[in-house]
Design a protein around this ligand. Structure first.
Ligand code: ZNH
Length: 140
């Protein structure tokens, strides 16, 4: 559970994240490079550096996270459709959610530098873990 102080930190991090609109795509690119097996979910995408498809997909993922940031009190509800999509249609193995979260942390650290304090990192990790849990909720 995110405490009130976690929520405050997540909001502060998010204000800085939105100054880097391509950071979703950067996290995806890092995911595909570091964990090449994740590319198998995107056989229909051009995954080369600078790909418009990855760029657009990064924006979608970031928008979904932005939506979640606005609903820190009820993530399950806010991400319900996305949870259905990943569990029933895409069938992404939930281990991959954690890998993407990890890549996202690295991208944030590179952009935010010293602003990405251990406290901010810890709070944002709780947030991303909560999002991953919701996305994995409907698998059976
Ligand atoms: Zn996912 C899709 C989000 C993770 C895979 N996604 C998607 C979308 C979104 C998302 C928003 C769009 C939808 C629509 O269009 O409606 N994801 C997300 C998030 C996360 C994720 C937030 C975390 C955090 N995913 C993931 C992973 C993977 C994936 C990890 C693998 C690896 N997704 C996916 C796919 C898709 C998606 C494959 C589809 C794409 C296309 O377009 O086709």
């Amino acid at each position: 559970m995110l405490t009130d102080s976690d929520k405050k930190l997540v909001l502060q991090v998010w204000e800085k994240v939105i100054r880097h609109p391509d950071c979703g795509a950067e996290a995806l690119e890092r995911l595909f490079t570091t964990y090449p097996q994740t590319k198998t979910y995107f056989p229909h995408f051009d995954l080369h550096h600078g790909s418009d498809q990855v760029r657009n997909h990064g924006k979608k993922v970031l928008a979904a996270l932005g939506n979640a940031v606005k609903s820190l009190g009820n993530l399950s509800q806010a991400l319900s459709d996305l949870s259905d999509l990943h569990a029933y249609n895409l069938r992404v193995d939930p281990v991959n959610f954690k890998l993407l979260a990890q890549c996202f942390h690295v991208v944030l650290a590179t952009h935010l530098g010293n602003d990405y304090t251990p406290e901010a990192h810890a709070a944002f990790d709780k947030f991303l873990s909560a999002v991953c849990t919701v996305l994995a909720e409907k698998y059976r």
